[in-house]
Design a binder for this molecule. Structure first.
Ligand SMILES: N=CN[C@@H](CCC(=O)O)C(=O)O
Ligand SMILES: [Zn+2]
Length: 389
């Protein structure tokens, strides 16, 4: 059994509340961490460290759990840089560009889609994302949704069927028929490759009745529920998600008091995606209101070619702190343990014996630097399943 010791850690974020300083971050200082068989095997003072086959010297740096990016759309072709430039010149974001990407995605070969997924997955890993949820949603035919998920499943176990991203052009005047397709043959073809079902519940995409129908049939096929909710305006998505036991409702940009109340009384996570507000020049979600009400908050990138073409969790942490008034500790927790909660996982987002050895070593002495030094490549080394990347 091969072992690896990460030694001379100045600050270890464990996310085990009570295991050290910093409340939920459970920060331990001047420790070492032993990895065996891809898992954390031991944490303690360096002087007590067991012998190991290999050693990484953290040199007094901060070490934290790998980021858990619980919301990303990586299976697509083409880009929408011109749409971004038009937005920066004053055009609003409506989601209408999704159909542009659908056209490019349908026309792409499997190899082209696979290359994009792998390129973005590798890009995210270099920035510390050891787990990444990946959605379909730019195919919107039975074959294209199934192949999108098949390709996503090659690089992640956290795959999400988003056949209900928008109603494709060929069904524009018969959305009920499209919902029938999604719940019938499309779900049957997609479900073998998916863990989750998701719907873009928004004016211009899917209304409450359609969203309920699709999430319910996804659940009946054994998939867990997540929802794109309340991104562009107020709506029923958050309440519906909570009612159906969603692991997460995502975006949460336009919430009323009732939305916050139902979230606060539920195990559903509110996943905030500040890259989308950055890239669409929109008002940010009110993270403080959610946190102060006791809602569990996660941060994710929403990496996609339209509304948020970033794979960087450190960038999202910096945005959350500067623009959404989360504390650095809240943002780091939300990007690690929060993402794990949003995926209903207890083996990631945490560093404690038995957890998966997904570890980020920073080029910095403290987790505070992730927000304090925005845009700086602070990820020195990443271990995924205990393996240096
Ligand atoms: N809002 C829906 N889906 C994506 C955007 C997709 C796109 O614009 O291509 C999102 O989460 O922001
Ligand atoms: Zn999204």
């Amino acid at each position: 059994m091969s072992s690896l010791l990460v030694d001379d850690i100045g600050e270890l974020v464990t996310n085990v509340a009570g295991a050290g300083e910093g409340g939920p971050l459970g920060i331990r200082r001047r420790v070492a961490l032993l990895v065996e068989e891809g898992r954390v095997a031991w944490i303690g003072p360096s002087r007590d460290a067991p012998a190991a086959d290999r050693r990484i010297d953290a040199g007094g740096a901060a070490v934290l759990p790998g980021f858990v990016d619980s919301h990303a759309h990586l299976v697509f072709a083409g880009d929408r840089a011109a749409e971004f430039a038009a937005r920066m010149a004053g055009e609003p974001y409506t989601g209408g560009g999704i159909r542009t990407t659908v056209g490019a995605t349908r026309a792409a070969s499997d190899e082209e889609l696979r290359a994009t997924v792998r390129r973005l997955r590798a890009e995210a890993m270099r920035q510390g994302s050891t787990t990444m949820e990946i959605k379909s949603g730019y195919g919107l035919t039975v074959a294209d949704e199934a192949r999108s998920l098949r390709i996503a499943a090659e690089v992640s176990t956290e795959t999400t069927f988003l056949g209900a991203h928008v109603v494709p052009a060929e069904y524009a005047d018969r959305p009920d028929d499209y919902v029938g397709l999604v719940c019938g043959p499309m779900l049957a073809a997609a479900a073998p490759y998916a863990r989750w079902v998701d719907v873009f519940c928004e004016r211009g995409a899917f209304d409450a009745d359609h969203t309920r129908a699709i999430l319910t049939c996804g659940q009946a096929a054994g998939l867990g529920v997540r929802v794109h909710a309340n991104q562009l305006g107020p709506g029923p998505g958050v309440r519906l998600g909570v009612e159906l036991g969603a692991a997460s409702v995502d975006h949460c940009t336009h919430l009323d008091d009732a939305d916050v109340d139902v979230l606060a009384g539920s195990p559903t996570v509110a996943t905030l995606l500040p890259g989308a507000e950055f890239s669409t020049r929109s008002p940010y979600p009110d993270a403080r209101r959610l946190l102060d009400a006791g809602v569990t908050v996660a941060l994710a990138t929403d990496c996609n070619p339209g509304s948020s073409y970033t794979s960087s969790m450190p960038f999202c942490i910096a945005l959350a702190v500067r623009e959404m008034r989360m504390t650095p500790a809240e943002a780091v927790w939300a990007a690690t343990a929060g993402g794990a909660r949003a995926l209903r996982r207890d083996d990631i987002g945490v560093l404690t014996p038995g957890a998966r050895a997904d570890v980020v070593i920073l080029d910095a002495p403290s987790h505070l630097h992730l927000a304090y030094r925005p845009g700086v490549p602070l990820i020195r080394q990443v271990l995924h399943n205990g393996v240096p990347q």
